[in-house]
Each structure stands twice: as C-alpha cells, then as structure tokens.
Ligand binder design. Structure first.
Ligand SMILES: [Zn+2]
Length: 375
C-alpha cells in the first residue's frame, strides 16, 4: 500500500518542485486541479482531462451529497469508479458551498443546517458528517470542515470565525478514518490579518495534518493582499507537507503563489471561462465571441497541443460560439485546462532548473503584450 506522503524534489527560492503520493497515484507539484464539481469536469471527458496532463481532480462535497448522494456513490464503488477517473481526487468539505449556494442556512457551534438549492430538502453538515461523506466518496485528499471567513471581515469577525474553524479542524481530525494513501488537510484561516494566520497555522500544526491549505483568499481582497497574506503564512507551514491555496486563480496569481511556496491549486476559472467564450493564453485572456476573430485562420494559440488549437482556427471557434454550438464550450474548456497544465509543467521545469524568477518575468512580459493582433 502507498503511504500518503510528500516528496520535495527541488527548491528555487521559496518555490518548490515536489510530488504527492496517494492511494490512486502521484501528483507532480506545483499542480493545478481541474474542478469536477458534480462528478464531472464540465464539458470534458475524463480521458481528455488526463490528456492535458492533469493528475488530480476536485469534487464538491456539497453537490455530491445532495445529488446523487454520498451513500449511492459508495454503493457504486466510490467516486473514482463512478466518474471513471482512476487518478487521485480531492474533495472540499462542503462548508464553502453551503455558505455560497444553499438556501436558509443556519450556523451553530456544532455545524450548519441548510436547505438544498435543488429541492429545498433539509440537510446538516458538521465536521463529523463532512468526514463521513468524503470517506464515502473515497477522496484521496479530504479537507477539514471549516468556515470560509467572508471578506471584508473585521479583525474580531475574522478571529471568531478562525477559532470556530480551528475547533472544527480538531473534530475533523478526530473523525477522519486513517487509511493508507489517504490524507486529511487542515485549512489556515484568519482573513488578511497576519496575527490570526499565525494563530491558525500554530493550532493546525498542533493537531497535525498530512497537508495544509490556505483558505479564505481570492474572495475579493485583491492580488496584493493575497500575496502579502501568503508571505506571512507559508513560512509558518512545515516544509515536508504539501501546501494548497484554495480557489486560486488566474495564471499570474498561481505564478506569484508558487513563488511564495504553494504547491497545489484549484479554480473554476478555466472551466467556467471555457463556457463563456473566454480563453486563457500566454498572452492573456482572449474573448472568442469578439468579431475580430471571424476571418482569422490562425490557431487560438501557437504550439498548444489541445484539439482547439491543433485542429481548428480562431474563425471556426468564433463561429461555434456565435452559433451556440456545444462544441464551442467543449473545445475552449479543453484549451483552458491545457493552458493551465502547460503553465504548471513550465513552472515545474523552471523550479527544477533553478530559473523560476526568469520564468515568472517572461510569463508576465508575455501577458503584458496582450493578444496577437488580427491578421
Ligand atoms: Zn489550445
């Protein structure tokens, strides 16, 4: 059996090149995890997701507990088998989405009671039930149940919320069923307040987790505040455990966070943007709905191995979007996931070869140039 572990292969400044070992395979870091909300990375076949180089996907506890239900997924052999994704899976704890999606939610010291956004049925999540649901789903990486501190929050609000999350982190650890190759991650909270981040990191280290996430960022605080929060947080996390920045982000956010010692990322941006005609390229985002592409025979991005770029022109992608053809979102989602995985592969090579700073500067310069002009 594989033991859940983190192998640090190289460092370049604070940036780390590593490998996480799980029951369902290894994850090369820095890694980007495509979001497979309801047991599917929207508009992508599992094999296509893997073809981009993605080694792990994320599943959402909130969505899956409501539909089709964690017990049903367990009876059908777990989430890997159910969605035909044989690689590692990380599930979130459900807490964040209860707060953002559920109707009539009611928080108490023990957990949260809420109504499903599908049918109004009543449900409850506690640290214990979140651990049980994530075990039933068979997640390789389970996230501790926490409260995502809203932004903006006063110091007092962020403190109260963080301390609740730390009590829930301890209960999550006590309820988590240890299994070979499976890990539980704690989540550092504390808003944009360095003293609270430090208190949170210390509390989590005392409990002890297989990995540490930084939560409560990318909620509207801006990139500068996010980076300065990472500057005071990642040095407090143990060097021999993976670090995961939740819900981040744009390519420049990822590059900046990797430079501050983060190993893992997830974000809906590449998939969601793929469904709204937005493409991520090394030269920034491109809106394929724009008429400037209608006569453009060139690929969306030179050298991109994805089928949108390999087999099609910008003019054709534009036509698909304008005609509301389902192939448009499929191709753009594939491209976006590929663009993120190409970025991560570039970061991993750069760190291994000791040229992270140059890589980051070149990426920023390319993005600054903007999209190629129309022919
Ligand atoms: Zn492409």
């Amino acid at each position: 059996m594989t033991e859940f572990s983190f192998e640090l292969l190289a460092t370049d400044g604070a940036a780390r090149r590593g490998r996480v070992h799980t029951a369902h395979g290894a994850i090369d870091t820095p890694a980007f995890m495509p979001v497979g909300t309801a047991g599917t990375v929207k508009a992508m076949m599992p094999a296509s997701v893997a073809a981009t180089g993605a080694q792990i996907v994320l599943g959402n506890t909130y969505h899956l507990m409501l539909r089709p239900g964690a017990e049903r997924v367990a009876r059908l052999g777990g989430l890997h088998k159910f969605m035909n994704w044989p690689g590692p899976i990380l599930t979130d704890s459900g807490g964040f989405q209860v707060m953002s999606l559920a109707k009539l939610r009611k928080m108490d010291a023990d957990g949260v009671t809420f109504q499903s956004h599908h049918d109004g049925s009543k449900h409850r999540l506690t640290p214990e039930s979140s651990m049980e649901i994530q075990r039933l789903l068979d997640a390789d990486i389970t996230m501790a149940f926490d409260e995502c501190t809203p932004f903006p929050a006063t110091h007092g609000q962020a403190e109260e919320s963080m301390r609740l999350s730390m009590r829930w982190a301890r209960r999550s650890k006590e309820a988590f069923v240890a299994r070979d190759g499976y890990g539980l991650f704690g989540i550092v909270q504390g808003g944009v307040y360095p003293d609270l981040r430090a208190e949170s990191a210390k509390a989590l280290l005392e409990i002890g987790f297989e990995g540490y996430a930084v939560g409560g960022l990318a909620v509207g605080e801006g990139q500068d505040a996010m980076f300065s929060t990472l500057d005071v947080t990642t040095p407090l996390l143990p060097g021999d455990k993976p670090r995961y920045l939740m819900g981040v982000g744009r390519p420049s956010d990822i590059i900046g966070a990797v430079g501050r010692g983060i190993d893992m990322f997830d974000c809906v941006m590449p998939t969601r943007s793929g469904r709204t005609a937005q493409a991520f390229t090394r030269r920034g985002t491109v809106n394929l709905r724009n008429a400037r592409h209608q006569d453009d025979p060139r690929p969306l991005e030179e050298d991109c191995p994805c089928p949108a770029c390999r087999d099609h022109s910008r003019a054709y992608l534009h036509h698909l979007i304008r005609s509301e053809e389902i192939l448009g979102p499929m191709l753009l989602t594939w491209h976006n996931i590929q663009a993120y995985q190409t970025l991560m592969a570039g970061l991993r090579s750069a760190i291994a070869e000791g040229r992270f700073t140059r890589f980051a500067a070149e990426a920023a310069a390319l993005e600054e140039m903007g999209d190629i002009p129309p022919p």
